[in-house]
Design a protein around this ligand. Structure first.
Ligand code: ACO
Length: 385
């Protein structure tokens, strides 16, 4: 252990590949065409769905495999409706968390506790009913936590509200305006699934051990939380707030890059072109967000791209989904620390769909490591060391 308490290795470890380029599963759910900047859900380019389909239609598509007909959609939304309520014991748990608990931590705790608190619901091999029972409660958990941390009583889901409406209604206790729930719905559609991203991989690894769906999604929430994955949008908001004005953009960005910091909302493991979700969110932000904030976002994006291109030539760093997520989610009225949890509301559909796909054709995911340490050492008694 070093003085700071950080564990260090005495062996030189080569730079990891981060499994870049490794195909870890076969999936029919979604695919990221990194060179083209294209994202497809079960055959549909996201431009076909965003702004056209409802989030519920897209969730059905991901879980079941085709777009629902009218009767299927009605039965499906009724099922979601019936699965929004939280057990009282879960509200008690949320009340006991310190008020400064990060909502992502509260979500992880809430999702995990649904297993024991809904006895009989998650006992079988994961299936569609279990996926719905879990994913439908993500907005309820977050909204309840947000209210109790602010000293307010939780608000129950109102029957007939779609997912975006339900989330905002349970959060703020008032009928959501279309100018808020509509952009939120499009955001949720865009974030539903995204190939073999880190949190989805985590969910599939857990499911592959024949563990339960609650464990798989609890692990996925933990994986999403980090800033190299879903934790970036509130940091984008912090960055834009710190920059403050257009004339400070260059100074701020250059100072961050001089320190070796990463610019949040830029770069992606797979996209070597603009993330198509960023393009759609930019247009949404143009109409939904505060005009000054949008202008600052645009200016910051433009200069960040130029500076990254100058300083990291050949790395092909473009705007990713997180950059304009910040402007859109702020315009919807969400506080910064609810951005990543809101991403989880959307991704709960993709995670659970991947769990169902994994268990339908399972083989334990168990890779190997390259051993780079010594062998054949001999134990020496403590007094002789
Ligand atoms: N700012 C500055 N430099 C960057 C950035 C960035 N945002 N992203 C990558 N780079 C640089 C790295 O420093 C590295 O440079 P080097 O070769 O000189 O060392 C090079 O580009 C390649 O970076 P890697 O870390 O190898 O790329 P990787 O594929 O592992 O990273 C990641 C992808 C984690 C998203 C990265 O681009 C990043 O950290 N971005 C900022 C955080 C962010 O926006 N996260 C949200 C991602 S989107 C999502 O998950 C939903």
């Amino acid at each position: 252990m070093s003085n700071s308490g950080t564990a260090v290795s005495e062996v030189e470890i080569p730079k990891p590949s981060g499994l870049e380029g490794v195909v870890a599963a076969s999936t029919a759910l979604s695919h990221v065409f990194g060179e083209e900047g294209k994202l497809v859900y079960r055959g549909y380019d996201i431009h076909e769905l965003a702004g056209h389909a409802s989030f519920e239609e897209v969730a059905f598509l991901q879980w079941v495999g085709h777009l629902p007909n009218e009767a299927e959609l009605k039965a499906f939304t009724a099922k979601l409706d019936a699965n929004r309520t939280l057990p009282d014991e879960l509200i008690t748990i949320l009340r006991q968390l310190p008020a400064d608990t990060a909502p992502m931590d509260a979500l992880r705790t809430g999702v995990s506790s649904l297993g024991p608190l809904l006895p009989g619901v998650f006992n079988d091999e994961p299936d569609l009913d279990e996926a719905i029972a879990l994913a439908a409660r993500f907005p309820s958990i977050l909204a309840a936590f947000h209210r109790v941390r602010n000293g307010l009583e939780p608000v129950a889901h109102k029957s007939g509200h779609n997912t975006a409406q339900s989330y905002l209604y349970q959060l703020f206790g008032t009928e959501p305006e279309e100018r808020h729930w509509k952009p939120l719905e499009t955001y949720l559609i865009l974030l539903t699934d995204h190939g073999m991203n880190a949190s989805t991989f985590a969910a599939r690894v857990i499911a592959s051990t024949q563990s339960d769906i609650v464990s798989a999604l609890t692990g996925a929430v933990g994986a999403l939380k980090g800033p190299l994955h879903g934790g970036a949008p509130s940091l984008v908001l912090d960055m834009l707030n710190e920059i403050g004005t257009a004339d400070n953009v260059d100074t701020w960005l250059n100072a961050a890059l001089d320190r070796g910091d990463r610019l949040m909302g830029f770069g992606h493991r797979v996209y070597k072109a603009e993330d198509p979700r960023a393009e759609i969110l930019r247009e949404m932000a143009r109409t939904a967000s505060d005009p000054d904030f949008f202008e600052l976002s645009l200016r910051t994006e433009q200069r960040a791209l130029e500076l990254l291109n100058e300083r990291k030539p050949g790395r092909r760093l473009y705007t990713n989904v997180e950059f304009y997520s910040a402007a859109v989610l702020a315009a919807v009225g969400l506080p910064g620390d609810m951005f990543t949890p809101t991403f989880a509301v959307a991704r709960s559909v993709g995670w659970s769909a991947h769990v169902l796909e994994q268990v339908a054709n399972n083989r334990l995911i168990r890779p190997q490591s390259e051993f780079v340490g010594p062998i054949d050492l001999h134990f020496v008694d403590l007094g002789d060391r």
